[in-house]
Write a protein that binds this ligand. Sequence first.
Ligand SMILES: *[C@@H]1O[C@H](CO)[C@@H](O)[C@H](O)[C@H]1NC(C)=O
Ligand SMILES: *[C@@H]1O[C@H](CO)[C@@H](O)[C@H](O)[C@H]1NC(C)=O
Ligand SMILES: *[C@@H]1O[C@H](CO)[C@@H](O)[C@H](O)[C@H]1NC(C)=O
Ligand SMILES: *[C@@H]1O[C@H](CO)[C@@H](O)[C@H](O)[C@H]1NC(C)=O
Ligand SMILES: *[C@@H]1O[C@H](CO)[C@@H](O)[C@H](O)[C@H]1NC(C)=O
Length: 441
Amino acid sequence: MQKSINTDKEDTLKDKSNESRAPWSLMRSTNLLASLVALLVGLYYATASAQQASPSSFPTKLPPQSVPADPQSFAVLGQNAPFRQSAFTQFLNPTNASPPFFQVFDPAFLDILGETPSIRVVASNPGFAFAHEAPIWLSSTNELFFASNDGGPLGFSNLTQNNQYAKINLTEVEAAITASHSATSPLNVTVSKLDLPDTIQMTNGGTGPFRGALLLVNSGRGLLPPTLALVDPTNPRNTTVILDNYFGRQFNSLNDAKIHPKSGKIFFTDVTYGWLNQFRPLPLMPNQVYRFDPDTGVVRAVADGFDRPNGIAFSEDGQTAYIADTGSSRGFLGNNQTEPATVYAFDVDPKSQAFLNRRVFAYVDTGVPDGVQLDSKGNLYASCGDGVHVWDSTGKLLGKFFLGTVSSNLVFAGKGHLMILAETNIFLAQIAATGFSVAFP
Ligand SMILES: *[C@@H]1O[C@H](CO)[C@@H](O)[C@H](O)[C@H]1NC(C)=O
Ligand SMILES: *[C@@H]1O[C@H](CO)[C@@H](O)[C@H](O)[C@H]1NC(C)=O
Ligand SMILES: *[C@@H]1O[C@H](CO)[C@@H](O)[C@H](O)[C@H]1NC(C)=O
Ligand SMILES: *[C@@H]1O[C@H](CO)[C@@H](O)[C@H](O)[C@H]1NC(C)=O
Ligand SMILES: *[C@@H]1O[C@H](CO)[C@@H](O)[C@H](O)[C@H]1NC(C)=O
């Protein structure tokens, strides 16, 4: 940063462009830099945006709860701009809108939102991160299942305490919406904890249902092994562990899974977050992606070379796989922004189902990409540091479901319903886009 020497030259500059330099001058005249940066970045970007002279094809009429974020409007911020230093605590919010809202980076996002989208909280507990990961939508009962934070902030789980798996009733949510007569006011439906057996330890991932059962990915706790398990949703005591080792060796701490939409094989990520969140021993295997055949018990690695492989998803045709690498988030070691915050795409080899032709699909600007899902048009949604980011199949950022806080996972729950887990809140976004089923018969 430039020293604050009051030269003649500088005064002249100030006089010339009062407006554009105002936020920067204000920033230099105060010592409360950290607390002001977010606000100033917003003001600065708004000013930069207003100064854009070039005509733009960016839509001027946006649906409710939407704000523009035309990339052209902040492509150049100027040499003295208050650039973001942190990908984790400073957000790009050019209009300074209050979350939650839809941030539109590309006109194609409007097709995803439709004409009357809405986003709101439907369950909330400010003191407990009850809604972290492992979201599963059970269409037969219209219920959403999810795990509390395992080993992290406000999770109340650790080496000696398991996390919880719970559910909400989306029919109850719909009734509350009808009764509220508002498209945005927060709701708070009842969260019901599942009574699971002790074979389930630190649930962090989930998908399905697989053959009618919830497929849970459990990180393990202490020396209790990480597992894949099937849980009967109507009788959770009826649970079957289907995998708990790799040829006799424990996994590090299993994180997330998806079922391959054509073959029904289970693909899952293994990563060191159990150790990084201090509830699992030192890792003894690489962080990698595996394929499990539940009918033969055969398990094998299909991709490695990651920093911290986390969320996983397939395209509807099963030909493309996506792995989110949350490398820059490192638990007790702290964040390191020079490590990946990147979604990689792969071709799924038709014969072996190994992941081939790894390429960068998207590097996220805020936080890390965690849980990932696709919609029926092939757009990819990832839970990130400021909400959910959406890209088209070529990797172009279309928009964000901007929450102003971290989201770790999400799932589609029927036509036009997107459920977003955000630790102490669950959001429902009612939009035009629809997911394809991640269940397997
Ligand atoms: C929602 O209800 C739960 C359970 O009664 C409660 O703990 C929580 O504080 C409520 N949330 C809000 C925002 O009041
Ligand atoms: C683990 O979490 C429980 C519940 O929050 C708490 O009572 C206990 O003190 C914690 N133990 C450790 C070792 O942090
Ligand atoms: C969900 O709520 C609706 C409306 O209250 C109720 O009719 C239904 O039985 C509930 N579903 C479950 C699985 O409890
Ligand atoms: C529930 O129990 C039945 C009978 O023992 C068993 O066949 C079935 O696999 C169990 N389901 C799960 C999900 O464990
Ligand atoms: C951050 O990561 C980079 C790349 O791996 C490494 O060189 C650097 O030492 C790390 N910094 C810290 C503080 O760990």
